[in-house]
Design a protein around this ligand. Structure first.
Ligand SMILES: Nc1ncnc2c1ncn2[C@@H]1O[C@H](COP(=O)(O)OP(=O)(O)OP(=O)(O)O)[C@@H](O)[C@H]1O
Ligand SMILES: Cc1cn([C@H]2C[C@H](O)[C@@H](COP(=O)(O)O)O2)c(=O)[nH]c1=O
Length: 204
């Protein structure tokens, strides 16, 4: 089963993800951008205010392709629980803002690029914070961590949740870290138990 954590910069994904290591010690923990050289290229692009938006989309997408073949698909084939800090929805939400004015219907374009080969998550936990809180918590150190940009990203996440309400679980991430962690842990326990009870596993 593939569970992803999504949300604005500063929503607390990394804080939660670190505690999940203790709660689900058998799971495979991973993230995008990855720690590979593809991910390093992405990180260079994030720090470059003048990076070309389409080039940046394809750097992220290349990193996702390698992530799928090197980590996600092998782990799911072994019936592991995989928990990823950011995944394809980050592209649909963030790059759809960055590509506005460069391509028509940017979110549909990006989803279309992924659709033939990606592996959608079974469950996506969305850590919900307002853009101002996200920007303040993240320190607003790069081009994505600005409240105005994050407000548009938030609208895109809302569109994604409206389109697939069954996949997303929204958690109020303005609560205390302990309360957020409790909600995320109980969500993961519930979805993994449901999968066990229904006899469904990884890529069936
Ligand atoms: N529920 C919370 N309440 C208050 N502060 C929090 C909460 N969760 C995390 N923080 C703080 O907010 C900051 C950002 O948290 P964190 O790095 O976990 O967010 P993130 O979603 O991973 O951000 P980014 O996407 O920018 O890496 C940290 O200083 C963290 O201690
Ligand atoms: C995977 C992914 C990430 N981003 C953005 C979101 C953040 O501002 C940075 C790095 O992520 P982190 O969780 O803060 O380390 O990259 C993006 O725009 N598109 C993506 O696909």
């Amino acid at each position: 089963m593939l569970i992803t954590l999504e949300g604005l910069d500063g929503s607390g994904k990394t804080t939660v993800w670190e505690v999940l290591h203790e709660e689900f010690s058998d799971a495979v923990f991973t993230r995008e951008p990855t720690n590979s050289w593809y991910g390093e290229a992405v990180n260079r692009s994030i720090e470059d205010d003048d990076a070309d938006s389409i080039a940046e989309l394809f750097l992220y997408t290349a990193d996702h392709a390698a992530h799928l073949s090197n980590t996600i698909r092998p782990a799911l084939a072994e019936d592991e629980l995989v928990i990823s800090d950011r995944y394809s929805d980050s592209r649909y939400a963030y790059q759809a803002v960055a590509l506005e004015g460069h391509v028509t219907r940017p979110m549909e374009y990006i989803i279309g690029v992924h659709k033939p080969w990606t592996r959608p998550p079974d469950c996506t936990i969305y850590l919900d914070v307002d853009p101002e809180t996200g920007a303040a918590r993240s320190g607003a150190t790069n081009k994505f961590e600005q409240a105005g940009f994050l407000a548009q990203v938030q609208s895109n996440y809302e569109r994604l949740m409206d389109a697939e309400p069954g996949r997303f679980v929204r958690v109020d991430a303005t609560q205390s870290p302990e309360a957020v962690i409790d909600s995320v842990v109980s969500t993961i326990e519930r979805v993994t138990n449901n999968a066990d009870e229904s006899g469904l596993h990884s890529d069936e």
